[in-house]
Write a protein that binds this ligand. Structure first.
Ligand code: T4K
Length: 393
């Protein structure tokens, strides 16, 4: 069914009019590649009766990902959070680890869950990524590492963070959950720091339903990661390392192989959507759509809208109006990890060191994109935003 045309404020669902879309439009609606190819893999998996525990499809998937990123090792895991936890443990991080607060809460949880204190450093408001000077300010004698996050797939300041880590004898790793297919100075994300952690969750540009991986060029680290994701087993009956169950199953790897073949089409569709949003919202008072550096690769998966400081209440008004129209815009990653209960209790005054995080958290919303977004829906979504933004000017 075509979307309702919205021309005046009276047409908005918040004014009692029916919603623009009969079905909800989601941020993170899964991209599904070649269904026949996926089902073919699933049939072969069922026939082979090899469902998990480092099966042949997982091994093929790991090779494809490593080749795609130009990295030596891909260690596939059941999800990105477990991959973060295992990588943190494999690197021997303890005490305090510096992370941004402006990230999905899994970055902080993966430390706190294993008794490590996440120490939140502020971001550069223009990039939404860690500010190296802020990282320096948070280093204490207990600091053992830094986790940079490539937020929205835009690379963290890799070289500056590496320089800080080298100077202070800290381990550096990256949460690259958003950054599959991104680059930093022309090189694929996946090769930086001691290791990088990918998420292949259903809502990511490239998904394996649930899944994640640690990618690294370090042979010894890769061996340890492989042991740790499988209870520390080396062959039958021989446990040589503490471990957990972090294995990816065969069906998830099959989804990954099918989706990897279709990844170029996903990228093209995301780029089109992003350009259409930017064009439709260009010049609107108080509204900007975060751009991606044309010199770098990025999946353009996240359509990040930022409201200017002068229009401070507009973000929440927009989210409410869009939800009423069945457009489920998200406030990722409001209010920042430091404001979430476990961390607020731990560091009640953390916000004092995070002025840019607080500022950005109040202003950002993410709009639906992906291959399933109905044609012409962007025009309707943007007409809702235009009506409210013009009204607030
Ligand atoms: N680090 C960072 C920086 C991350 O962003 C994430 C994950 C991680 C680490 C951890 O990686 P994983 O352990 O998840 O592999 C979603 C995702 O669950 C999460 O993976 C992702 N980041 C985060 C940004 O978004 P929620 O709580 O917002 O998910 P939810 O259930 O609200 O779903 C989002 C939207 O997608 C909804 O409108 C419904 C729609 N949806 C969702 C699923 C699962 C569908 O239409 N179909 C689906 O199958 O966290």
């Amino acid at each position: 069914m075509p979307a309702k045309t919205i021309r005046t404020k009276a047409d908005l669902a918040i004014n009692g009019s029916p919603p623009a879309f009969a079905e909800p439009l989601h941020v993170g609606r899964p991209n599904i590649g070649d269904r026949e190819a996926f089902l073919g893999y699933v049939n072969r998996i069922l026939d082979s009766r090899w469902l998990t525990n480092n099966g042949p499809v997982v091994q093929a998937f790991e090779r494809r990902i490593a080749d795609y990123l130009g990295v030596k090792h891909c260690v596939a895991m059941c999800n990105g959070t477990i991959a973060l936890e295992i990588a943190i443990r494999a690197l021997g991080l303890t005490g305090e680890v510096i992370v941004p607060s402006w990230t999905f809460v899994a970055t902080a949880h993966s430390l706190y869950w294993q008794g490590i204190t996440p120490v939140f450093a502020d971001i550069d408001p223009s990039t939404h990524n860690l500010d190296p000077d802020a990282v320096r300010r948070m280093i204490t004698p207990r600091t053992t590492g830094i986790i940079g996050v490539h937020l929205w797939g835009r690379a963290a300041p890799v070289d500056a963070l590496q320089a800080i880590a080298d100077e202070h004898g800290l381990k550096l790793m990256f949460d690259a959950a958003h950054a599959f297919g991104s680059s930093y100075r022309g090189q694929s994300i996946g090769r930086f720091g001691a290791c990088e952690v990918l998420s292949f969750h259903a809502t990511k540009a490239f998904n394996t339903m649930e899944g994640g991986a640690v990618v690294t060029n370090d042979d010894e680290l890769a061996d340890t990661l492989r042991l740790m994701r499988n209870f520390g087993f080396q062959g039958y009956d021989n446990v040589v390392h503490p471990g957990t169950n972090g294995k990816m199953i065969e069906v998830c790897a099959a989804m990954g192989l099918a989706n990897l073949d279709g990844f170029d089409a996903i990228l093209a569709s995301n780029r089109r959507n992003h350009a259409a949003y930017r064009q439709a919202l260009a010049g609107l008072p108080g509204i900007s759509v975060l751009d991606y550096d044309p010199a770098e690769r990025n999946s353009h998966h996240y359509v990040v809208v930022e409201v200017s400081e002068a229009h401070s209440t507009l973000r929440d008004d927009l989210v409410a109006a869009l939800h009423a129209e069945n457009v489920l815009a998200r406030k990722y990653f409001w209010p920042g990890c430091h404001e979430m209960r476990p961390y607020r209790d731990l560091f009640p005054h953390a916000g004092l060191m995070l002025p840019h995080t607080r500022q950005v958290a109040a202003r950002v919303m993410i709009l639906p994109s992906g291959t399933t977004l109905p044609e012409d829906s962007i025009a309707t979504i943007c007409s809702v935003i235009r009506l409210l933004a013009q009204g607030s000017a």
